[in-house]
Ligand binder design. Structure first.
Ligand code: IMP
Ligand code: MG
Length: 225
């Protein structure tokens, strides 16, 4: 990536959640009844996610305004982040008179089984991403864990010869197994917990939860495959 900020600066430009953060008590928030007992806490409330996205959208507009932006949404986990980010970019582009044409493409990746990253990365998006050629591409991914997925995806995207590639990651995990790469735009740096909600899943469950939450041991057992 060719961002203006180096790794330390990018980390400073994100919200860093420390290892000891216990999250918010579940009783203080609304969440679907069917996940009762399956999550430990509300780790990042939906409203905070939305506020942070507004700020990332502003940074993107400052860096890439006046151009055409080709957003590459990484499914499935990235669908909410991508939709909310593009909405915010559009709204701010209108209100600041900073024109930016946004186009959106989708790619589907799968590498996790239960809460473990597997070597087996499946890209099942469109085979032909030649629409990216010569474009300013923004890859939008909900979470960068080990970074393996993003590294493979970057290799794949480069073959279509975009003009520039930037990456926006809502969450980046830190710690010994944490991210080997840091996106250009980072929402939150978090400790190495398995989190769900806001379209992030555990074996396809919890995408219908608005807040980002830490899954409980009971939840892991209940939805294990
Ligand atoms: P990585 O290859 O370890 O960086 O993993 C990236 C992918 O794994 C993401 O696209 C997610 O689909 C998934 N993933 C990693 N950590 C989590 C998590 O805490 N919750 C849900 N999905 C995760
Ligand atoms: Mg997943």
């Amino acid at each position: 990536m060719d961002g203006r900020l180096d790794g330390t600066e990018r980390k400073q430009k994100s919200v860093v959640i420390q290892e000891g953060w216990p999250g918010y008590n579940l009783e203080l928030f609304n969440y679907p009844e069917h996940y009762h007992g399956d999550i430990e806490n509300v780790y990042i409330p939906h409203g905070v996610i939305m506020d942070r996205i507004e700020s990332i959208a502003r940074d993107i507009l400052e860096d890439l305004g006046q151009h055409t932006l080709m957003v590459l949404c990484v499914l499935k986990g990235g669908y909410k982040f991508c939709a909310d980010l593009v909405d915010s970019i559009k709204a701010q582009s209108r209100s600041t008179n900073c024109p930016l044409t946004v186009r959106v493409e989708f790619i589907r990746l799968k590498s996790y089984l239960n809460d473990r990253s597997t070597e087996d990365l499946h890209i099942t998006g469109p085979d032909d991403l030649s629409v990216l050629r010569g474009k300013n591409v923004l890859i939008v991914e909900a979470i960068v864990g080990t970074g393996k997925t993003m590294m493979s995806l970057l290799k794949h995207v480069v073959t279509f010869q975009p003009k520039t590639i930037k990456v926006a990651g809502l969450l980046v995990k830190q710690g010994p197994n944490g991210a080997a790469m840091l996106p250009d735009y980072v929402g939150f740096v978090i400790p190495n917990h398995f989190v769900v909600g806001y379209a992030l899943d555990y074996n396809e469950y919890f995408r219908d939860l608005d807040h980002i939450c830490v899954i409980s041991e009971k939840g892991k057992l209940k939805y294990k495959v």
